[in-house]
Design a protein around this ligand. Structure first.
Ligand SMILES: [Zn+2]
Length: 1007
């Protein structure tokens, strides 16, 4: 009833809106060319599919007609945003190429392929005159982008700004369930090419709009399949989009740091290659249009403030103009913090451009639906004076109207102020080059004697992927540095209270000399900001006004890569003798010496696992102790390779950047065989997002695996026949959900290739996504371990193993205060003899998101022992506080030795009194073995937001928990995350390489 009343108010408001919008359109220069005919049929359908007049604007409530240029109808069979119409990427491309054929104002560029080999494109739209000058314009933009080429000459820059036209790059549908952008961008391309409205003509004549209509092409086509399945089965539940891209889901928009995915690389190369000024990424999740670049604090600390001002200018302009059109639900300030630089749009932010992002309102498909918003969405707030409606019929066309209207307003505003933005582009680039002299640092130095040259080279290649220049010192050089603080205390249970440095006035300095061969990332280069953002440390105060954190808070790449990176503020570093590195940075490889036995040092470089699988037929052994041969020291775990030809070893180690020494005779040291383990990666049908990063890392390192689901495990009673190691990545669901799967209500949910759904299935398929591991599957998995298999679990999948009884001596302590929100935290080595630790040092920085907090015990189910020993306070009695009391009237009794104490990460020793008939006492060889533990409270935080860290401090971080003949290896960290944690990959790979000798170097308790 109340709804009816509201709608009559709407009608009155609507009439006003139409009238007001028409005059405002003229006022703001959005008037259309009266002499250009309108495509009546198309325009009529726009009106038909728009559910309320106020969900459209005078910019998009019509379509101009063209005698020779086809409208999106040519491919869609209907207008853009029509109900039931969701084009595949190839259909979108077909349309864009039809435009290219029909008008010289459109050009389509192929920008690379996806993981599954599908094409990605960028479509340029501009006048014929501009199209003819793309190359000469790019040469001018390149000078503005790198002011060193014009000797930082502002007058010269002003001239270039006058002569140049800018590039505005728009990207759509990186998130596959956010389906509206491709049709909106098809129609936008048409409008920009055809419409004679003075404002659109001016955009076309004065700037290039560059469009990638589908960013996640693999996921788009799967999403269209799912939608088609839904249309074919209208009354059934439809499968949810379990795989967006090949590896990850929404995290494809968290890859702008690590650049692991092809879509990120392709968009980055396009953005940087075109010397674009804006990267504007389109998303759908919020009613009705949220320009979230203005967002909320904390802003990323490495950006030029000029950029954050630009966000405000363009964002509020969108709100202001759409407010005048009477379109509800448009806002720009909001809870999204702009701290992490991992988002795709941030490629522009960290490369001297302008990053932008819209969240519009999508229906995850092309159905028209009645949508109900929540009070926090529809209530008015200071930055949302015309909020979304509590309830409204919503169509894909509405979504397309909002997206296009907002973009057109932005393009118009950007065009009218293009000289300002081009000048800002130059200024931001110039200020990046001036970094060493202004805010600093001068450079980041990667020392030439880093013990992990492979990981070092890998990190430098990420920076090269970011278009950073890398130099290499040709001679040793010395710089002045702030003296490093003395190492903090390492033992004890108390949090380190004196973590803050003593307040000395002038920081003490020291000289530091770097060897020749050290790599230098100079900060006097145009893209210094991205290098600084990745290599620096992050601090998010637990008392920050922003309490709802959007994403990770820390990412320091040197720390997570286990690579030495030194921040140098002394500008003398820039005078060191150095050469620019041409081509990709590679670590030195190949065989030195002569002989038939080859030695490779264990240094936790990720390429070591690649070598094992590359030389599959060779015999590999691992030394269980360090050794020395001909003056060269080898770490515990070093490979001794036999039965391989020197040529093939030389070839493989050269390709992988691994140094190998050929010797005539193997060293005499205890060894065990390192076999090429047969690996399975197990996934659930609930979520595959986080384990996707694991698959990606395995593929990158050339570690072969079978990709199996919990349903496959449920069917296989003899998993040992096929596999040595089963890896269960994190994020697959709660323990109960892993077992139960999805509820069995309703119809089956197929995920497989059919005529209707040609893009589903492939690397993972099932007739029904609903069933989970089940109790049989759980038994199969447990028997696999008991029979000698190795299970690897991290975060949720570690919790799964613990809660399902795979790890008798391990329990998980509930969190009460801990807030470790995507941090870099410090761990310390506990058992360097374990093969899992081969090649690692005393400490390691790792990625952590909220634990879990492990406790270990020598008794099943925990308990036993007493922490802290017997040194408590004495009772009331005779003497001083340190004296024993004396019982009167009898000789003093002999007091036994106080029970031994134990550390937080250790199992408490079992006292004799407890040992009596202790049925749950775990035999020594079956007890959990702690490999790494979390750092002490005062040293735990390396980067990010950490609150209540003492709750996690000192607890076990990695545990090798035997179960009969097999092992369960548990991580309370995520060792493989977003291509950013390569320093901890080898913990997983070491486990795999030494799968049947994980007990090596183990010291057992006496009893
Ligand atoms: Zn999104």
């Amino acid at each position: 009833m109340s709804l009816k009343r509201i709608s009559s108010v709407f009608v009155a408001g609507m009439l006003f809106t139409i009238f007001a919008a028409a005059s405002i359109q003229a006022q703001n220069g959005y008037a259309r060319d009266a002499s250009q005919t309108v495509d009546q049929e198309y325009t009529k359908k726009i009106g038909e599919y728009t559910t309320e007049k106020f969900f459209n604007s005078p910019l998009t409530d019509y379509l101009p007609a063209s005698p020779n240029v086809p409208t999106p109808q040519a491919v869609l069979g209907d207008v853009a945003g029509a109900p039931g119409k969701l084009p595949y990427a190839e259909e979108v491309y077909r349309y864009m190429r039809m435009l290219e054929k029909a008008t010289p104002r459109v050009k389509v560029f192929s920008i690379g392929t996806t993981e599954e080999g599908r094409e990605m494109i960028a479509v340029a739209v501009a006048s014929e005159a501009l199209m003819a000058k793309l190359e000469e314009n790019k040469a001018r933009l390149a000078k503005l982008a790198d002011p060193r080429t014009i000797s930082m000459n502002d007058a010269e820059a002003d001239k270039l700004v006058e002569q140049s036209f800018p590039i505005y790059y728009i990207t759509g549908t990186i998130h596959s369930p956010e389906t509206g952008a491709p049709t909106a961008l098809m129609e936008l391309a048409y409008r920009l090419a055809v419409d004679e409205s003075p404002y659109i003509k001016s955009i076309r004549d004065n700037m290039v709009t560059l469009i990638t209509p589908v960013v996640e092409v693999d996921g788009r086509n799967r999403m269209v399949d799912v939608y088609k399945w839904h249309l074919a089965h209208p009354n059934e539940n439809y499968p949810n989009l379990i795989y967006w891209g090949h590896y990850v889901a929404h995290d494809n928009n968290r890859d702008a740091m690590g650049l692991s995915l092809k879509l990120t690389r392709n968009v980055l190369n396009t953005y940087v290659g075109w010397k674009a000024q804006v990267l504007h990424d389109l998303h759908e999740s919020v009613a009705y249009l949220y320009d979230n670049t203005v967002g909320d604090g904390p802003y990323n600390a490495w950006l030029d403030p000029i950029l954050t001002d630009e966000w405000q200018m363009i964002g509020w302009k969108n709100v202001s103009e759409m407010t005048k059109f009477g379109m509800p639900g448009v806002f720009t300030h909001g809870t999204f913090d702009t701290w992490s630089p991992g988002y795709l749009m941030f490629i522009a932010a960290t490369h001297n451009g302008i990053s932008r992002l819209y969240e519009t309102f999508g229906n995850a498909g092309a159905d028209t639906l009645t949508r109900t918003t929540s009070p926090d969405e529809y209530q008015r707030t200071w930055y949302k004076q015309n909020p979304p409606l509590p309830r409204a019929k919503w169509s894909q066309r509405n979504n397309n109207n909002y997206e296009q209207t907002a973009i057109l307003i932005s393009l118009d505003y950007f065009n009218k102020n293009q000289k300002l933005f081009l000048k800002n582009f130059y200024l931001k680039s110039k200020r990046s080059v001036e970094k060493p002299k202004t805010e600093g640092p001068a450079a980041y130095v990667f020392p030439g004697d880093d013990p992990r040259p492979g990981n070092q080279a890998a990190l430098l290649r990420v920076l090269q992927g970011q278009a950073c220049e890398i130099h290499r010192a040709t001679a040793p050089f010395t710089v002045t540095m702030k003296k490093r603080p003395a190492p903090r205390t390492t033992g004890g249970n108390r949090p380190n209270a004196s973590a803050s440095p003593s307040p000395s006035r002038t920081p003490e300095t020291e000289q530091r000399t770097f060897p020749a061969g050290s790599y230098i990332v100079r900060m006097d280069q145009p893209y210094s900001r991205i290098a600084d953002a990745l290599l620096d440390y992050q601090y998010w105060s637990p008392r920050d006004p922003q309490q709802s954190v959007y994403d990770d808070t820390g990412w320091t790449f040197g720390e997570l890569g286990n690579v030495q990176v030194v921040r140098v503020t002394d500008v003398k570093a820039l005078d060191a003798a150095m050469d620019r590195v041409n081509g990709e940075v590679r670590s030195p490889g190949g065989v030195t010496g002569a002989g038939t036995t080859f030695l490779v040092n264990a240094n936790a470089d990720n390429n070591l696992v690649s070598l094992r699988y590359k030389l599959r037929k060779a015999t590999f052994d691992a030394a269980e102790e360090p050794f020395e041969v001909a003056g060269k020291k080898f770490n515990r775990g070093s490979f001794i390779i036999r039965n391989a030809l020197i040529d093939e070893v030389n070839k493989a180690t050269s390709e992988l950047g691994i140094q190998s020494w050929a010797v005539a005779q193997a060293p005499t040291v205890k060894t065990h065989a390192v076999k090429a383990a047969r690996v399975a990666i197990m996934h659930t049908w609930l979520s595959t997002q986080d384990e996707g990063w694991w698959r990606l890392a395995f593929d990158q390192m050339g570690v072969p695996f079978d990709y199996i689901s919990t349903q496959d495990v449920a069917k296989d009673a003899d998993l040992n026949k096929k596999y040595d190691v089963i890896v269960f990545g994190p994020g697959g669901g709660s323990p109960n959900a892993v077992i139960q799967g999805r509820p069995m209500y309703g119809n089956p949910l197929p995920w497989k290739k059919t005529e209707l759904t040609p893009n589903l299935g492939g690397f993972a398929s099932t007739d029904d996504m609903r069933p989970g591991l089940g109790w049989t599957g759980l038994m199969n998995l447990q028997n696999f371990v008991k029979n000698g298999g190795v299970y690897i679990g991290s975060d949720e999948s570690a919790e799964f193993a613990v809660s399902m009884g795979f790890t008798p001596g391990v329990s998980i302590q509930p969190r009460t205060r801990l807030r470790a929100i995507g941090d870099v935290l410090k761990t310390r080595m506990v058992d360097a003899n374990s093969p899992i630790a081969y090649g690692y040092g005393d400490t390691l920085s790792v990625y952590c998101f909220q634990g879990p907090i492990f406790n270990v015990s020598n008794v099943v189910g925990g308990g036993g022992g007493r922490r802290g020993g017997g040194g408590g306070q004495r009772t009331t009695g005779r003497g001083t506080a340190d004296d024993p009391d004396v019982v009167q009237g009898r000789p003093p009794a002999e007091v036994p030795e106080p029970p031994p104490t134990s550390e937080i990460w250790e199992a408490a020793p079992i006292l004799d009194e407890q040992r009596r008939n202790l049925i749950g006492l775990i035999p020594p060889a079956q007890r959990p073995r702690v490999i790494l533990r979390w750092g002490n409270a005062g040293e735990l935080l390396i980067s990010g937001l950490l609150d209540g860290g003492d709750e996690l401090a000192q607890h076990a971080a990695i545990i090798d928990s035997p179960l009969d003949r097999g092992h369960v290896v548990l991580f309370s960290l995520n060792p493989i995350w977003r291509g950013q944690t390569s320093g901890s990959y080898s913990l997983v790979f070491n486990t795999i390489l030494n799968f049947d000798n994980l007990n090596a170097g183990r010291k057992l308790d006496d009893k």
